[in-house]
Design a protein around this ligand. Structure first.
Ligand SMILES: Nc1ncnc2c1ncn2[C@@H]1O[C@H](COP(=O)(O)OP(=O)(O)OP(=O)(O)O)[C@@H](O)[C@H]1O
Ligand SMILES: C[C@@](O)(CCO)CC(=O)[O-]
Ligand SMILES: [Mg+2]
Length: 384
């Protein structure tokens, strides 16, 4: 028996970085997914290793089960219902397991993801030989939550073969988890995110797990009932960056200028709260769709200004802002910034061809994202 899971990426409409420091943020899942398939080996497979295949990168890793057992002598599957943080000792053992794999230098950025995989696997499945295959529609390290989608899809697949969750193995097609099981997937995914981001707020794994549009503050999620359809253009500047380093940079600025940064974070909190109210306010009783869109655009511009003051914008992001403004469109970075992706609100009836052509002539890549779909799902596949 094999299980396949898919977990969506996300966009942050307002509040990235400030959310790490306790402000409200608003995020939505998008219709681009990371897929994980897990096949636990049976005795007839004669397999005594744990294999990880990163399909998009054409990379395959393999660890003898004896090495996994030595690295995690405490690990047993009884822990699968108790999400646990990776200890310093386990982190050292994982670093040694990753080092042995001789990752090509250009792909060193994958090491934190592989470490998260080893922690989640050994904690949830223990010492079983298995093959895990990962593929993704999301650009990695671009602000669309690839790390969270990876951890959520992985946690979901690993938990599907434990007694800690209740799933119907005979169901045909994509299947959702129950509410309690989603909570468990989310908690384990957060443990993985910690190994990739250092100090994540939890918003990315939460929106990838539950889907939809959410508002999030201090670890608490509120599902939003949007009364309008939001159309977003996503522009990938293709400038690589690392969320962990950017989050650490904002925290350092916070330590240097704590009073000023507290005001910045508080302003972001107000922006997210106002955005939450607009997205959910009934139409046309209060505001027309056009009025709502104009308000959202203004809030996005204000949020972008505050992100600049946190030090996480980038010259390429500024180029996207200037270009879209020529077409009277408002934009902000999304995710950790420092490059990566920029969001542009596309108000009703906007013609996008010209702005996309101009952005792509700068070497950027544009696409429109389906906003607010389902969260993580799973599907059981019979062996061929
Ligand atoms: N499909 C995948 N396969 C393997 N590793 C992955 C995959 N997706 C993400 N990762 C891991 O996550 C890292 C990228 O995470 P990072 O948090 O820096 O960017 P992001 O999640 O795409 O953006 P943001 O956090 O701003 O939304 C990769 O370098 C890798 O370690
Ligand atoms: C930059 C950040 O706010 C969002 C990254 O998508 C980090 C986090 O909340 O964990
Ligand atoms: Mg990430």
């Amino acid at each position: 028996m094999e299980v396949k899971t898919r977990a969506p990426g996300k966009i942050i409409l307002s509040g990235e970085h400030a959310v790490v420091h306790g402000s409200t943020a608003v995020a939505s899942s998008i219709d681009l997914y990371t897929f994980v398939s897990l096949r636990i080996a049976t005795p007839s497979d004669d397999q005594d290793s744990l294999k990880l295949h990163l399909k998009d990168m054409a990379l395959e890793f393999s660890w003898p089960i004896t090495r996994i057992r030595e690295a995690f002598p405490e690990s047993t599957t009884v822990f699968s219902s108790m999400p646990t943080s990776c200890s310093m000792e386990s982190a050292r053992a994982i670093a040694a397991l990753v080092e042995q794999q001789n990752i090509p230098e250009a792909k060193f950025g994958l090491a934190p993801g592989i470490s998260a995989f080893l922690w989640l696997y050994s904690s949830i499945q223990g010492y079983k030989p298995a093959t895990v295959v990962v593929s993704s529609e999301l650009p990695l390290g671009s602000g669309l939550g690839s790390s969270a989608a990876f951890c959520v899809a992985l946690a979901a697949a690993l938990l599907a073969f434990t007694d800690s969750v209740l799933v119907d193995v005979n169901h045909q097609g994509w299947l959702s988890f129950g509410a309690k099981d989603l909570d468990l997937v989310n908690k384990w995914a957060f443990e993985g995110e910690k190994m990739i981001h250092g100090k994540p707020s939890g918003i990315d794994n939460t929106v990838s797990t539950y889907g939809n549009i959410i508002s999030f503050k201090s670890g608490n999620l509120t599902h939003m009932k949007s009364t309008m359809s939001l159309k977003m253009l996503v522009t990938n500047t293709k400038v690589g960056r690392n969320t962990k380093a950017l989050v650490a940079g904002v925290s350092e600025r916070m330590l240097r200028h704590s009073d000023a940064m507290a005001f910045v974070f508080s302003a972001v909190d107000s922006i997210s709260k106002e955005l939450t109210a607009i997205i959910q306010s009934p139409t046309p009783d209060e505001l027309s769709v056009t009025e709502k869109e104009a308000k959202i655009e203004e809030l996005m511009e204000m949020n972008q200004g505050l992100l600049q003051s946190m030090g996480v914008s980038h010259t390429t992001i500024e180029t996207v802002l200037r270009t879209t403004l020529k077409y009277k469109l408002s934009s902000k970075l999304t995710g950790a910034g420092g490059g990566g992706c920029v969001l542009t609100l596309l108000p009703t009836c906007t013609v996008v061809d010209k702005v996309i052509a101009e952005l792509e002539s700068c070497g950027f890549q544009c696409f429109t994202a389906g906003v607010g779909g389902k969260g993580v799902e799973l599907s059981f596949v019979e062996p061929s």
